[in-house]
Design a protein around this ligand. Structure first.
Ligand SMILES: *Cc1c(COP(=O)(O)O)cnc(C)c1O
Length: 350
């Protein structure tokens, strides 16, 4: 018998969103990628870093991501020692668990939200507690004093796209004995952020990703804003060369081109509002979203039927068999053209 740790042997592992083989033939709206290419500054920076002969790749990257932390700190109005970069925000979620939750201790998150939290907790051998959401998107049964070591709050929530107010997050932070990690993967698409709470509350940490708003899912970049002692702890835990040279220059260029970001966000949000409105007019229930996806429910509450019908038409969206979600679909916001085709297909499917 292979002497694996019991929890590793017993876990099933994360299942990523379906990645079709001939991607160009599909309208891919299942993993909340950005439909637009990243800033041209990013492409330029990567090309320059590789150069004619790739000589820079001989050398290890800057282990401390110092330039990028400085740029991110300026952007978010904090000191550089309040910033840590990451190989995708998934790396941060993992390392936050390793930093705060020992084997056998408890962490919590909202269900439904990001299912990768449970995979990471299982690897660590942490106990999991989940809290549901009521019709007003407030947590059900969250105790006056939550004693777990870490609580992940996805805001805006996935897959519903609803953002929690800072007043509510502040209240939750006050009720957490451990840390409150606000996973802001979609915050750039929303009308606010919990970033200011990091300075105001001792136990709030905010994570961001470059995968969605910056259109860099393929580069694997994320960051967190946290107190310096948390950043220092995360620096001890991570792989020392976790970001390669191309990722580092890409991150710098991406953060440096806020005009591109503003333009792209405006386009995605405009398409989201248009698509949501049209879908409602054709009889769907669509939760008002502050992210780059919508959760849409067909009149017959059969998400799987619509998923399959879209799949036949080479349109890929996300269906969850979870009893809380199976009545609807999560649909990423693509280009206006892609959403026009998707809408047409949905109306045809009925
Ligand atoms: C996409 C996503 C992430 C992962 O981001 P990466 O930077 O690509 O690892 C984290 N949290 C939520 C809620 C997400 O949707």
């Amino acid at each position: 018998m292979t002497p694996l740790r019991k929890n590793i042997a017993g876990m099933s592992g994360y299942v990523p969103g379906f990645q079709p083989e001939n991607e160009a033939e599909w309208i891919k709206l299942n993993t909340n990628e950005n439909p637009y290419p990243p800033s041209p500054q990013v492409v330029k920076a990567i090309t320059e870093e590789v150069g004619e002969d790739g000589a820079s790749l001989r050398k290890y990257p800057d282990a401390g991501s110092r330039d990028v932390r400085k740029i991110a700190a300026d952007l978010y109005g904090v000191e550089p020692d309040w910033v840590i970069m990451a190989n995708g925000s998934d790396e941060l979620l993992n390392n936050l668990i390793r930093a705060f939750v020992a084997e056998g201790e408890e962490l919590a998150y909202v269900h439904p939200s990001y299912s990768y939290y449970s995979t990471l907790a299982e690897i660590q051998g942490a106990n999991i507690c989940t809290f549901g959401l009521d019709d007003d998107f407030r947590l059900v049964g969250f105790p006056e004093r939550y004693k777990g070591k870490l609580f992940f709050l996805t805001s805006p929530n996935a897959p519903f796209g609803v953002r929690f107010t800072n007043d509510y997050i502040r209240e939750l932070a006050g009720r957490c004995a451990g840390v409150l990690v606000v996973d802001e993967a979609y915050a750039d698409f929303s009308d606010g952020s919990a970033m200011e709470l990091v300075g105001q509350c001792e136990n709030v940490i905010v994570t961001r990703t470059f995968s969605k708003s910056y259109a860099l899912a393929g580069m694997r970049l994320g960051l967190a804003i946290a107190r310096p002692e948390v950043v220092a702890a995360l620096d001890k835990i991570r792989d020392h060369y976790h970001l390669d040279r191309l990722a580092l220059v890409a991150a710098k260029a991406a953060l440096g081109d806020q005009d591109w970001l503003a333009d792209t966000l405006a386009k995605v949000c405009k398409t989201r509002e248009w698509f949501s409105g049209e879908l409602r007019r054709s009889g769907y229930r669509v939760i008002p979203s502050q992210a780059n996806f919508v959760f849409a429910t067909p009149p017959d509450l059969d998400g799987e039927r619509v998923y399959n019908a879209l799949f036949e038409r080479k349109i890929l969206v996300r269906y969850f068999s979870d009893p809380l979600l199976k009545h609807g679909l999560r649909i990423s916001i693509g280009t206006r053209e892609e959403m026009e085709q998707t809408l047409e297909a949905l109306i045809e499917i009925g």
